[in-house]
Design a protein around this ligand. Structure first.
Ligand code: C2E
Ligand code: MG
Ligand code: MG
Ligand code: MG
Length: 292
């Protein structure tokens, strides 16, 4: 009977659902305390100038060093943080930590004068009217030139149509902070953003050049996108560069900077030493002609 079927369904699915809900609740509670417990860490991934191989900056990427679950990646907790209202705290911690680290590097390492730290900004952060004040205050507190900071905004965070967004954008721009569109070429793309948003750079999503299943988009397609970005006077970075051949191709196509496992994985701050910096010398991909 229908009643029996319903009973079976419940018996089959409820335990999983309950477990999922329980895990969600436990994680949410743990996440609330994670900053206080010093469990959040930033790793930094190199970004290199393709024409020279010089290290031009790093992207700060947050991880949750969980006492029992190990290193939890941001894709597994950013949405949860948004959901439980923990994002403003986390975001402020990320900005503060990245800028304090940058100041330390500026004082102890020989960085390229164009070196920037790139920080990801979530949709809700952009909608907070305090973002501009937070950024301004933190830059001032650390004594950092605004141009040494680049904020990466996902396209998704810009389709909300909230007027604070544009207010924040323009204010940050005026302050001298760099702004870049992240993950360009994914689901939320809108070509018109390239012309209408006051940004100075675009980061092409890694799905454009690689990916284990489809082998990535063709060279003419990438060339066209880079052309488009250039026609808007924006600087292009490509993420997800994993091979010498990809680096060679992007260089030939005029992409300014690259980021990906080929150049280096995200590393903890302790790994960023003068010998790490010295490893970014030369550009072996310049000697290679990429296959058409
Ligand atoms: P994203 O900003 O697009 O960052 C690039 C992601 O690609 C990072 O993943 C990085 O580790 C990964 N990646 C870099 N090079 C390669 C490569 O060659 N191959 C492959 N397969 N992957 C590569 P991660 O660290 O797991 O971060 C995922 C996303 O989480 C980020 O994507 C960003 O949207 C978000 N996120 C990370 N940190 C923060 C943060 O502090 N605040 C906010 N709001 N979001 C963050
Ligand atoms: Mg990013
Ligand atoms: Mg990205
Ligand atoms: Mg991405």
């Amino acid at each position: 009977t229908a009643k029996n079927k319903a009973a079976v369904k419940v018996a089959l699915f409820e335990p999983n659902l309950l477990n999922a809900r329980r895990l969600h609740r436990v994680l949410a509670a743990e996440l609330q305390d994670s900053i206080e417990n010093n469990e959040m860490v930033l790793h930094y991934q190199p970004i290199v100038e393709l024409a020279t191989g010089k290290l031009l900056g790093v992207e700060a990427l947050v991880r949750w060093q969980h006492p029992t679950r190990g290193l939890v990646m941001p894709d597994e907790f950013i949405d949860l943080a948004e959901e439980i209202g923990a994002m403003p705290n986390l975001a402020a911690w990320v900005l503060q930590t990245a800028l304090a680290r940058l100041r330390q590097w500026q004082q102890t390492l020989e960085l390229d004068p164009r070196f920037t730290v790139r920080v990801n900004i979530s949709a809700t952060q952009l909608q907070r009217p305090y973002l501009l004040d937070d950024v301004q205050r933190l830059l001032l507190a650390e004594g950092i030139n605004p141009s040494a900071l680049v904020l990466e905004l996902t396209e998704y965070s810009m389709v909300t149509g909230n007027e604070w967004d544009l207010y924040s954008f323009q204010g940050l721009r005026k302050l001298g902070v760099g702004l870049a569109i992240d993950d360009f070429g994914t689901g939320y793309s809108s070509i018109s953003y390239l012309r209408t948003l006051p940004v100075d750079g675009v980061k092409l999503d890694r799905s454009l050049i690689g990916g284990p299943t489809d082998g990535g988009a063709s060279r003419p397609f990438i060339a066209a996108i880079l052309q488009l970005v250039k026609s808007c006077n924006l600087a292009a970075t490509c993420e997800g560069v994993e091979t010498l051949e990809q680096a060679a191709m992007l260089t030939e196509l005029g992409c300014e900077t690259g980021q990906g496992y080929y150049f280096g994985r995200p590393v903890p701050a302790a790994d960023i030493t003068s010998s790490w910096l010295e490893s970014f010398q030369g550009a072996p991909w310049l000697a290679v002609t990429a296959q058409p």
